[in-house]
Ligand binder design. Structure first.
Ligand SMILES: Cc1cc2nc3c(=O)[nH]c(=O)nc-3n(C[C@H](O)[C@H](O)[C@H](O)COP(=O)(O)OP(=O)(O)OC[C@H]3O[C@@H](n4cnc5c(N)ncnc54)[C@H](O)[C@@H]3O)c2cc1C
Length: 441
């Protein structure tokens, strides 16, 4: 249990949400000498989805001393990803050590309850003042400026706390985006996820023991993420139309799960002798973006600002890298004794949006059957581009914040897919209607 220090009425920075974005931002801002309050609704360890990590986050883990803690926690190393479209063509491995611009040859597969607790404890050890079991009820706004938050503590007390900067890291709750009415659902990626854990599933061996399996299927796609020990995470992302039909037909979650598993042989043969160790959970409405990622006195980081379909395991990387970029912008502003303004976060917004766009291009293409062949077996050498597969692996490893380095070759890949189909690949997410939010389906 966290020891709760008395809460002050004002801080330099209040951070809402103690997931990867919030703990990283709070930790970095504390290291830069600011007075930081971190507010979390739950108490760690708590379950969370999003268990497969990318190597490009490694420099942040090293900077915060987390890498050593992950090794001590015994998280399994992930050296790559295995893709199979079940379309008669051979499956394909993409190994991180083969990437151009490689920042690390591996990342980790993590039970998120354990991973998030390591991040939370590290932020507290760094001196961040943290309140858990405390929910932010609303953001205080004066004119155009966000000036603080009102929270409800574990014992039911309501308090208003002021801050020079409020960072919303509330994840898919996307609290400030909703309050400001700037959150827009991505209608083109209307999906539902179903997921669970198994014990004693069949695993790969050697360096591929920690490799994530991503399996394309007519209903959408599936993941299998092996953890250290005997557990694996298995999940499916299903087109909402189909999911709604199943619901209309009165199917239970168990029936849906049986259908998903039985039509995906790569997964069914791995789990047929395994026992399920969690109930099946569902999540809907999870692709959206906020029109603005920062304003006077506020910044949105991680899922609070945008969420992409998880097929390329991008969420935690975007959350922690976003926190790193936002901390630089926030520090530059706060150390001059100023109140942070929209303009201070222009570079942050630009870089996060460009990283989101790189992943988005891949995600849209993923749902286009014409992309598959180019993705799985890209041409080896294109003049002036080099080995295309090594560029694809760089994106899969999370090297998306210097888009100019990976986009030109990836552009060739998308063009090749487009030529195959002779129809246009969908453009980047178009603003849609405001969304009721990620919610249990
Ligand atoms: C089906 C699915 C599969 C995924 N798979 C992957 C994957 O393999 N790899 C990957 O990297 N990502 C994956 N993701 C994405 C990943 O879960 C998120 O991107 C990541 O957790 C974002 O971190 P965050 O800190 O922004 O938000 P979160 O991790 O959601 O943290 C937000 C925190 O805010 C707290 N909070 C919410 N409301 C309040 C409130 N009112 N007051 C105080 N605190 C509050 C919550 O309790 C939570 O602790 C997946 C997501 C889904 C839906």
């Amino acid at each position: 249990m966290t020891t709760q220090k008395p809460v002050k009425t004002s801080y330099d920075v209040v951070v809402v949400g103690g997931g990867p974005a919030g703990t990283t931002f709070a930790h970095l801002m504390k290291n830069k000498g600011h007075d930081v309050l971190l507010v979390e609704r739950a108490r760690h360890p708590r379950f969370s989805i999003g268990e497969s990590l990318l190597p490009a986050t490694m420099p942040i883990w090293q900077e915060l001393g987390l890498h050593q803690k992950f090794e001590e926690a015994g998280f399994i190393r992930k050296y790559g990803a295995y893709f199979d479209f079940h379309d008669g063509d051979a499956p394909e491995y993409f190994h991180f050590p083969d990437a151009v611009l490689s920042k690390s040859p591996y990342s980790y597969e993590v039970p998120r309850a354990e991973f998030d607790k390591v991040l939370w404890d590290a932020a507290l050890d760094a001196g961040v003042h943290a309140l858990d079991k405390t929910a932010v009820r609303k953001f205080e706004v004066e004119g155009q400026r966000v000036t603080g938050v009102t929270v409800r503590t574990e014992d039911g007390e309501e308090k208003t706390i002021h801050a020079r900067l409020v960072a919303d890291c509330s994840g898919r709750a996307s609290l400030l985006g909703r309050q400001l009415g700037i959150r827009e659902k991505d209608e083109a990626l209307d999906k539902v996820a179903l997921f669970t854990h198994y014990r004693n599933a069949t695993r790969s061996s050697g360096d591929d023991e920690g490799t994530i399996a991503i399996i394309g299927a007519p209903f959408g796609w599936m993941w299998l993420i092996p953890f250290a020990g005997d557990q694996v995470s298995v999940g499916a992302v299903v087109h909402n139309e189909l999911f709604s039909q199943w619901k209309k037909d009165g199917w239970t979650r168990e029936q849906m799960w049986d259908e998903i598993i039985s039509t995906t042989p790569t997964i069914s043969c791995r789990v047929q002798r395994a026992e399920r160790s969690r109930d099946i959970e569902t999540l809907a409405n999870f692709s959206y973006r906020c029109k603005q990622l920062a304003g006077d006195g506020w910044v949105l980081i991680g899922d609070a600002g945008a969420f992409l379909d998880p097929v390329f395991s991008s969420g935690v990387h975007l959350a922690m890298s976003g926190a790193k970029l936002a901390s630089r912008a926030a520090h530059r502003s706060l150390r001059k004794g100023r109140l942070p303004r929209t303009a201070d976060f222009r570079g942050y917004q630009r870089r996060v949006r460009s990283a989101l766009n790189v992943f988005s291009k891949f995600i849209y293409a993923w749902y286009d059957p014409n992309f598959r062949a180019s993705f799985m077996r890209p041409p080896h050498h294109l003049k002036g581009v080099g080995h295309l597969k090594r560029h694809i692996i760089a994106v899969l490893a999370g090297d998306v914040f210097q888009a100019w380095r990976v986009l030109p070759p990836i552009g060739f890949l998308l063009l090749a897919a487009r030529m195959r189909s002779r129809t246009a690949t969908p453009e980047l997410p178009a603003p849609g209607q405001s969304d009721a939010g990620a919610s249990p389906a």
